[in-house]
Every structure is written in structure tokens, then in C-alpha cells.
Design a protein around this ligand. Structure first.
Ligand code: AVJ
Length: 320
């Protein structure tokens, strides 16, 4: 797999980041979109998070996929597996293995904003599945969905609970847009983290080793590198807050003192008062009936839903 095999929809990374930084850091409540965590360093930190003792979602979802991959292959008979936000595509191998064994799979289309993570994953999967047509797409799946290749029936896998990183209105729009690119009878395989006790949730987003804190601060390093900003990441505390009303974990970066940051690439000077925070991510947690209702509202029928033995994480298979 060479770089040329990656289809890229990212036109101007710096321009997109500039627009997001301008919108987010001039708002009354400062915020940044979570997709900017994932440069090479951020993607590597996220991979480390998935192995942390406190971060259960990856293991719980893997347990479900390991138990159900063969059933998913039989139910869907997929010829194409599309994976949105694929990252390292590690859990996807469970699906690829089952779909290959079932004999229907022709193509794998991983899509991710991180070119480095995607290049690694496509190379490794091409090597391990010699007959498979692997077509990586570098892009933002909230904007480039129309362009997904592959013959029907396709399964669009959106795993890891990444759907929780959307705000509710974005989530509804996203599910509708997935439904729109699929023909009737094609599939969505959706991984959703589930509501549980706040201690377990907050620990998962504030680990003892400080990996999640480094991941959170990495967004400031990305802005420094791309827009010539002078953020001191160490002047911001990592905060993971469970919002019981919204049922989401909110990650924040909280200024330890009054701070002035220059961001020349965005034409901004941003002032932080001591204790003021940037919201860097929401990670919504779901209830099984809520997921089914949201999928139904977008035009999907839930055909199966599974959880791990501890009921921490849900996987839904929905038909368009
Ligand atoms: C991208 C959805 C898998 O929200 O749990 C991990 C990202 N943020 N730790 C999540 C994340 C902090 C993650 N997902």
C-alpha cells in the first residue's frame, strides 16, 4: 500500500483548523472540535488509551464483536465493509475475518481524518488480506460521505462509540446522512458506549497514568504546530466531567491562571481567565431504547442489538 492509494478529501487542513479555532475560541463558552486531537501524536496517544485499565470501551466492544462477527456476516452478506473513523482498524479485523470466511467480502473502505493512522492500517490490512480491495479514504465523515465506494450490500461500521462525540443535533444529521448514502437493504453497525455509574465513566476519561490528559492537551500542540500559536499545554489542567443531565462526559482544558495566547495563523489573541476552560470533547453515553429510537428516526430498523457481559457497551446492527 502506498500513499497514492489513499483518496484524500482534505483540501486545506490549516484553513479548516483556522475556521474551527476562530469559531471555538471566540465563543462565550470556548470549545474546540475533537477531530483535531488526531495528528500522528494524538492518534498514537489514543491507541495507548485503548489499552489502559480504566478505558473499558475498546475491550467491551471487542468482546461483542468477537462473539457476533460471524452472525453479522451471515445476516448482512456484505460485499463491502466501510469503516468510519477507523483509526488503527484493529477491531475491524474481527469483522474482516468473519466476512472473509463467509465468502462475500470484496472490498474494505476505511475512512479517517488521520492520514498517518489510515496509511498504517491500510498497509497492514492489505498485507494480511491479499485478495481484498483496500481503499483508504482520508476525510471527514461528516462531509465526505457521498464519496464512499464499493458494491452493495455494504456494511458501514461506526465503532468505538465515536458517534458520542457529536452533539445531539449533529448526531441526528449524521445518521440521516448515512441513511441517505445507503440503498435499501444496506447496513449500519453502530457501537455506542452505555450510561453507567459516574465513577467508572470519569475514570475512563481521567486515567491514573495521565495518558488521556496528554491526549487532551495534544489539541493545543496541534494548534501551535499548524497555526503558529504559543499555547503552553502544561498551563491547562485536564478535566473529565460527567454531565448527568446531558448524559455525556465532557473533556475540558482549564487554565491554571490568567493566560494570553497568540494564534497568528488564525489572526487571534485569546485571553483566558484563571479557571476558565475550553470544552474539547463531549462523549455521549446511551441507553439501548434511545439508540433504537434515534436509528428509527433516521430511517433505520434495528435488526439486532448486543452488549458485553457487563453491559457496558452496545453494538447495534441496523438495516436501511
Ligand atoms: C473517539 C469515541 C473512541 O469518546 O471515548 C478517549 C475518544 N476521548 N478518551 C471516546 C476519547 C478520551 C473516544 N472515541
Amino acid at each position: 500500500m502506498t500513499e497514492a492509494d489513499l483518496q484524500t478529501h482534505r483540501t486545506d487542513v490549516a484553513a479548516e483548523l483556522r475556521a474551527d479555532v476562530r469559531a471555538g475560541l471566540t465563543a462565550e463558552q470556548k470549545w474546540l472540535p475533537p477531530k483535531w486531537f488526531y495528528d500522528a501524536e494524538g492518534s498514537a496517544l489514543f491507541e495507548k488509551i485503548t489499552a489502559l485499565p480504566e478505558y473499558y470501551p475498546t475491550r467491551s466492544e471487542r468482546e461483542v464483536l468477537a462473539a457476533r462477527a460471524a452472525e453479522i456476516a451471515v445476516l448482512t452478506g456484505a460485499r463491502t465493509l466501510v469503516e468510519l473513523g477507523s483509526g488503527s482498524s484493529e477491531k475491524t479485523r474481527l469483522l474482516l475475518g468473519a466476512l472473509t470466511a463467509h465468502g462475500t467480502l470484496e472490498a474494505f473502505v476505511p475512512m479517517d481524518v488521520s492520514e498517518s493512522a489510515l496509511a498504517e492500517a491500510t498497509a497492514a490490512i492489505s498485507a494480511d488480506y491479499p485478495g481484498l480491495d483496500v481503499r483508504g479514504v482520508v476525510g471527514d465523515f461528516t462531509r465526505h460521505l457521498r464519496l464512499l465506494p464499493g458494491s452493495a450490500p455494504r456494511v458501514v461500521a461506526f465503532l468505538g462509540g465515536t458517534i458520542g462525540n457529536f452533539l445531539p443535533a449533529e448526531r441526528a444529521a449524521f445518521l440521516h446522512s448515512v441513511r441517505e448514502v445507503l440503498a435499501e437493504g444496506e447496513w449500519l453497525l453502530l457501537g455506542t458506549d452505555l450510561v453507567k455509574d459516574p465513577e467508572t465513566l470519569e475514570r475512563a476519561y481521567d486515567d491514573a497514568a495521565g495518558v488521556t490528559a496528554a491526549f487532551n492537551r495534544n489539541v493545543l500542540r496541534v494548534i501551535n504546530a499548524q497555526l503558529g500559536a504559543d499555547f503552553d499545554p502544561d498551563a491547562f489542567d485536564h478535566v473529565a466531567h460527567w454531565d448527568a443531565g446531558q448524559e455525556w462526559i465532557e473533556m475540558r482544558l482549564r487554565a491554571q491562571r490568567d493566560i494570553t495566547v497568540r494564534i497568528p495563523g488564525a489572526g487571534l489573541v485569546v485571553e483566558f481567565a484563571a479557571g476558565e476552560h475550553i470544552r474539547t470533547e463531549v462523549s455521549a453515553k446511551f441507553r439501548p431504547d434511545g439508540i433504537a429510537a434515534e436509528l428509527a428516526a433516521a430511517g433505520f430498523a434495528v435488526v439486532r442489538r448486543w452488549t458485553d457481559a457487563q453491559r457496558r457497551f452496545g453494538v447495534s446492527l441496523a438495516r436501511s
